[in-house]
Design a protein around this ligand. Structure first.
Ligand code: UT7
Length: 357
C-alpha cells in the first residue's frame, strides 16, 4: 500500500481586517470580552461581491499546486470542505474545477464543518493509498461573513468567525520503502468520529427539509403546521433568526475539551507514540481557551501547540490548512517532524490525523 504525502500547501485570507472594535458598530460587545473568552483580536472578511468561498479556495489551491510543482490539469480529484458554499447546490468542488480549468475529474464536497478538512484529508488518503489517484486537491474554505447575525442577538456566534481558505495537494510518496513504518514521510493514520445526539446545539436549521421532524417539543421555527412539509424558508424563520447559525457555546465547549484530547491520544496510541514525540499539534482554531485546555491536559509545551486564531478567528473547514500552512511557512515544521491535526465541531464530529512531514 502507498503512503500519501502533502506535496504542496497554500492559504489565502482576504485583505480586509475586521477588529473586535469594528464589530462594536453592529452589536453590543467589547474587545475585552472577545479576547478574554476566545483569544481573537481580529479576523478577515471577504469582499462582499468579488470573493466567494470558491474563489478563496482557488487562490489557496493555486499556491498549493505551484508548490507541488504541478499544474491544475495534473489534479485528478478534488475534495472541497465547507459549510458556507457558494450555492446550496451544486457544491464548491465543481465551481473550483471550472474556475481552474481542470479536466473533467471527480469533485466531492464534504460537509463536516469544523472537522471537514481532516475528514477530507482522510478520504483523499484512502484514494492515494489504493493507487486510484495521484494528485488530489483537498480544500477547506469559508465565507462566514456573508451568513452571520451581526445584531446583538447573534453576538455569541458572529464575533468568533472569519473568512479564508487553505489547500493541500496529496500525492503518493514514491520514496517510501516500508508503508507500515511510522518513520516514513506521509499520513500515518486518520481517526474519524461522530455523535449526532446533540446535532441541534450547533446548527443552522434553515433553509432545510427538517419540517420540525427532529425537535418536536421546541420548534425550530414558528410556522403553520399544515404547511410544515412544504416550508423550506419562510418569513417566520427569518424573523426568528433560523437562517443563521445557532450555538449553545458553553455546551459545545464542554464536549470539545473532552473530545480533542481523546482523539489526539487515539492517534498517538494507534501508532505507539507519546505526546513527547509530537513536534506540533495543530488544533482546529475554535477558541484559544479550548486549545490551552487541551495543551494543559496533554502536558504539551507552548512550542508544541500552534495557534493563529488571534489573527483569523474561527475559519471552520479552513482553519487547520491555514494554520498548517502558516506553521510551515514560519519554519516550524521540518522534514521528519511528527504533526497531529485535530478537530471538533458541529454534528458533533471530531477527527485527527497524524502526519510524518
Ligand atoms: O468551532 C466550532 C465549535 N465551536 C466551539 O468550539 C465553541 C465553543 N464555545 C465557546 O467558544 C464559548 O462558549 C463562547 C466563546 C461561544 C462563549 O463564551 P462563554 O464564556 O461560554 O460565554 P457564554 O456564552 O456563557 O456567555 C456569557 C455572557 C452572557 O451574558 P450573561 O447571560 O452572563 O449576562 C452572554 O450574553 O456573555 C454574553 N455574551 C457576550 N458579551 C459580549 C455572549 N457573546 C458576547 C459578546 N460580547 N460577543
Amino acid at each position: 500500500m502507498l503512503r500519501s504525502i502533502i506535496a504542496g500547501i497554500g492559504m489565502y485570507v482576504p485583505e480586509n481586517i475586521v477588529t473586535n472594535n469594528d464589530l462594536k458598530k453592529y452589536m453590543d460587545t467589547s474587545d475585552e470580552w472577545i479576547q478574554e473568552r476566545t483569544g481573537i483580536k481580529e479576523r478577515r472578511f471577504a469582499d462582499r461581491t468579488n470573493e466567494t468561498t470558491t474563489t478563496m479556495g482557488v487562490e489557496a489551491s493555486k499556491i498549493a499546486i505551484k508548490r507541488a510543482g504541478i499544474t491544475p490539469q495534473d489534479i485528478d480529484f478534488i475534495i472541497f470542505a465547507t459549510l458556507s458554499p457558494d450555492y446550496y447546490f451544486p457544491g464548491c468542488g465543481v465551481l473550483l474545477q471550472r474556475a481552474m480549468q481542470m479536466n473533467c475529474i471527480g469533485a466531492l464536497d464534504v460537509r463536516n464543518q469544523c472537522s471537514g478538512f481532516v475528514y477530507a484529508l482522510s478520504v483523499a488518503d484512502q484514494f492515494i493509498k489504493t493507487g486510484m489517484y495521484k494528485n488530489i486537491l483537498v480544500v477547506g474554505a469559508e465565507k462566514h461573513s456573508f451568513g452571520l447575525d451581526f445584531s446583538t442577538r447573534g453576538r455569541n456566534v458572529s464575533v468568533i468567525f472569519g473568512d479564508g481558505a487553505g489547500a493541500v495537494v496529496l500525492q503518493p510518496n514514491e520514496a517510501v520503502h516500508d508503508p507500515s513504518s511510522n518513520s516514513e514521510s506521509g499520513i500515518v493514520s486518520t481517526h474519524l468520529h461522530s455523535d449526532g445526539a446533540n446535532a441541534e446545539i450547533l446548527a443552522m436549521y434553515n433553509p432545510g427539509t427538517h419540517a420540525n421532524h427532529w425537535v418536536k417539543e421546541k420548534k425550530l421555527a414558528d410556522f403553520n403546521e399544515g404547511e410544515a412539509g412544504d416550508m423550506f424558508m419562510s418569513h417566520a424563520m427569518i424573523d426568528n433568526a433560523q437562517n443563521f447559525p445557532n450555538m449553545d457555546g458553553p455546551a459545545v465547549f464542554k464536549v470539545a475539551v473532552e473530545k480533542f484530547p481523546e482523539v489526539i491520544i487515539e492517534a498517538l496510541n494507534a501508532n505507539g507514540f507519546q505526546t513527547s514525540d509530537l513536534k506540533l499539534l495543530i488544533p482546529h482554531q475554535a477558541n484559544l481557551r479550548i486549545s490551552q485546555f487541551v495543551q494543559r491536559k496533554l502536558r504539551l509545551r507552548d512550542d508544541q501547540v500552534y495557534s493563529n486564531i488571534q489573527k483569523y478567528g474561527n475559519t471552520t473547514a479552513a482553519s487547520i490548512p491555514i494554520a498548517l500552512c502558516e506553521a510551515w511557512e514560519e519554519g516550524k515544521i521540518k522534514e521528519g517532524d511528527l504533526i497531529c491535526l485535530a478537530a471538533f465541531g458541529s454534528g458533533f464530529t471530531w477527527a485527527s490525523a497524524l502526519l510524518r512531514w
